[in-house]
Design a protein around this ligand. Structure first.
Ligand code: SF4
Ligand code: SF4
Length: 168
């Protein structure tokens, strides 16, 4: 495992709060409270999702341990923000994890299902396509019909943030 100093600097620059090296003392409170860690450890044992390890590898510049590993290492995080709330050192873990996810997309390493989901949102402005069954159920429940989203607006947003080029 080699240290990538440039990657390490990018992680540091990305952290919008305090000095990561100085303040993350690997107490594991983030992992102890992460719901994904709890569930994935049941399935995969110690190779389950672990935010504490991610922070450590990012801090040390162990880029390979993050990007060459199972996609779960990065994409397991559901951004529930629990770790941010419980970290005694106020480390913004989810900011760093978002940075790691964006880097993974730029490298073309994002899982296929995520790209497909992003494509669906870009094409229809909906994460879940409409289905007649859903509309019928809403009607039965006395709920109003779903207002059609503005697809053009969503596509402009994708273009403006530069995400459209990663969808092909
Ligand atoms: S809870 Fe905070 S200080 Fe503790 S290991 Fe996680 S990131 Fe580091
Ligand atoms: S934000 Fe991600 S890493 Fe943090 S507790 Fe939630 S799932 Fe776990």
């Amino acid at each position: 495992m080699s240290i990538d100093f440039e990657f390490r600097k990018l992680v540091m620059d990305h952290h919008i709060g305090s000095d990561l090296i100085k303040y993350c003392y690997q107490c594991s409170r983030c992992a102890d409270n992460c719901p994904v860690t709890r569930v994935s450890f049941d399935f995969y044992g110690t190779s389950g999702y672990n935010p504490r390890s991610n922070i450590l590898n990012a801090l040390l510049g162990y880029k390979d341990a993050i990007f060459d590993a199972d996609p779960l290492v990065i994409w397991g995080c559901t951004v529930c923000d629990t770790c941010d709330e419980v970290c005694p050192q106020n480390i913004e873990l989810t900011e760093i994890f978002t940075f790691l996810k964006n880097e993974s997309v730029k490298k073309g390493n994002a899982p296929e299902y995520l790209i497909e989901q992003a494509k669906a949102i870009c094409d229809s402005a909906k994460a879940i396509p409409s289905q007649p069954a859903i509309e019928r159920r809403r009607e039965q429940l006395g709920l109003p019909s779903i207002v059609a989203p503005n697809v053009e607006e969503v596509q402009t947003l994708f273009k403006n943030i530069g995400s459209d080029k990663y969808l092909d």
